[in-house]
Design a binder for this molecule. Structure first.
Ligand SMILES: *Cc1c(COP(=O)(O)O)cnc(C)c1O
Length: 433
């Protein structure tokens, strides 16, 4: 049986342990929901306050130039590029993941209409995050395409034979299962389809190599593992072979080659800047910019290592510890592990399925300060426990330790042994789960 002392010893020799101090986490909280809303970096409050009082208050309109507001989407994009295997100048931080997905899927369909006009199908995973599927549904309707939704295991070359575009989320938000980006992209290309990746649960959590893996388009989220704060700008990447081929559909003035020329005709900027649309949320973008510097600090802890490789090693050690403790202690609770045990196909979360009571169990955990989250009716598409709900635990290597994982499992066991989750107060649903 793995002991708390063993976990504390692992924390003591963890080279990334000092990074926890970069975050402001409330006392008594074990935060396992950084995959939904990342924690607050300690420097963010002062940095945003500076942007409000000095840059906005004193600088006023001058700050678009003097405080560097104008090219903030590109500068923040460059910081993200390093974490997702993209070159400088190929990523911008802007808008939301949903909106960016609309832009890239639209651009991909435009390219496909030209290159493979007979193909009228977009393929995605049935258990993809719903907003991705909704955006795809709307675009397919608008453009006369069919959206084909399949299970992850069904994706193969034959299925893609008449697909224009395949759109997948790299790490599944419910199960934590991760696709082989290189292999799946190569399969799509060999079949003649373009490949769009959503990195919402990957950026800042697992190594991503967009260029090396030869993806076509990618979007991702700023407020999950990147810790940019609630509603932080998302990001968009387009492979340079495509960027200048087409306009993106939301051709606003910020994507214009010369926005301040105020010409009546749209002329897109060259490069990824054309994926901007309108004026950016500078205060949110400032918080995201600040949060990304936490990733630079990884290099101070493990100088010889790549940032994401170092974070990945710890992330896997944390999810392994969670799974080990689950195996050792949670038999008999009718909980089922739905996250893959195989490292190569595991993201940075652990999900447990239960046919009944998952919501109340999570509420009971939250009442004890162990914050994860709940996702409804999940496991039908995992091939296990049909209809079961999911308890989701995001394990963020920047600020979590092994003793945190041990304590979280200890609380879970106590809640299951005592049956306290059956209390009425844990069974009342809130708007946001
Ligand atoms: C979190 C998440 C989103 C969020 O989209 P928003 O536009 O920021 O609300 C989109 N897609 C996936 C796969 C996600 O996990």
């Amino acid at each position: 049986m793995t002991s708390l002392e063993h976990c504390q010893a692992l924390d003591a020799k963890d080279p990334l342990r000092p990074l926890r101090e970069l975050f402001s986490l409330p006392a008594g909280v074990i935060y396992l929901d950084g995959n939904s809303l990342g924690a607050l970096p300690r420097t963010a409050a002062a940095r945003v306050a500076h942007a409000v009082t000095q840059e906005w208050g004193d600088g006023l309109i001058r700050s678009w130039n003097s405080a560097g507001w104008f090219d903030l989407p590109q500068r923040v994009g460059d910081k993200i590029a390093r974490l997702v295997g993209a070159s400088a100048g190929t990523v911008v931080a802007t808008d939301t993941t949903s909106i960016n997905l609309y832009k890239v899927l639209s651009a991909a369909l435009t390219i496909a209409a030209q290159d493979v006009p007979q193909r009228k199908r977009v393929v995605s995973e049935r258990s993809n995050f719903p907003t991705d599927l909704y955006i795809a549904q709307a675009l397919c309707q608008e453009r006369g395409y069919e959206l084909l939704l399949v299970e992850a295991e069904q994706i193969d070359a034959a299925l893609l034979a008449d697909a224009a575009v395949m759109m997948l989320t790299h790490v599944n938000y419910r199960t934590g299962a991760m696709f082989d980006m290189a292999g799946v992209t190569a399969m799509a290309h060999a079949s003649g389809a373009l490949m769009v990746w959503d990195l919402a649960h990957s950026a800042g959590a697992v190594p991503v190599a967009l260029e090396a893996d030869n993806a076509d388009f990618a979007v991702g989220c700023g407020y999950k593992y990147l810790n940019g704060g609630p509603g932080a700008p998302a990001f968009v990447w387009v492979h340079p072979r495509h960027t200048d081929r087409f306009w993106q559909p939301l051709a606003g003035w910020w994507g214009h080659a010369a926005p301040f020329a105020f010409t009546p005709e749209y002329r897109p900027a060259s490069g990824i800047s054309r994926y901007l649309c309108g004026t950016q949320p500078i205060l949110s973008m400032t918080a995201l910019d600040c949060a990304l510097d936490c990733f630079l600090a990884v290099q101070d802890c493990v100088p010889a290592q790549d940032v994401m490789a170092a974070l990945r090693a710890k992330s896997l050690a944390l999810t392994d510890m969670f799974i080990t403790l689950f195996d050792e202690r949670c038999a008999g609770y009718e909980l089922e592990l739905v996250t893959p045990r195989t490292h190569a196909v595991r993201g940075s979360q652990v999900s447990l399925a239960r046919t009944t009571g998952a919501y109340a169990i999570m509420q009971a955990l939250i009442a004890r300060g162990v914050i994860g989250d709940f996702r409804a009716g999940a496991a039908a598409d995992t091939g296990k426990s049909e209809g079961a709900d999911i308890l989701r635990f995001g394990l963020t290597p920047l600020y979590l330790g092994f003793a945190d994982v041990w304590q979280a499992l200890e609380h879970l066991c106590q809640i299951m042994d005592s049956g306290e989750w059956r209390d009425d107060k844990f069974n009342q649903k809130h708007a946001v789960t």
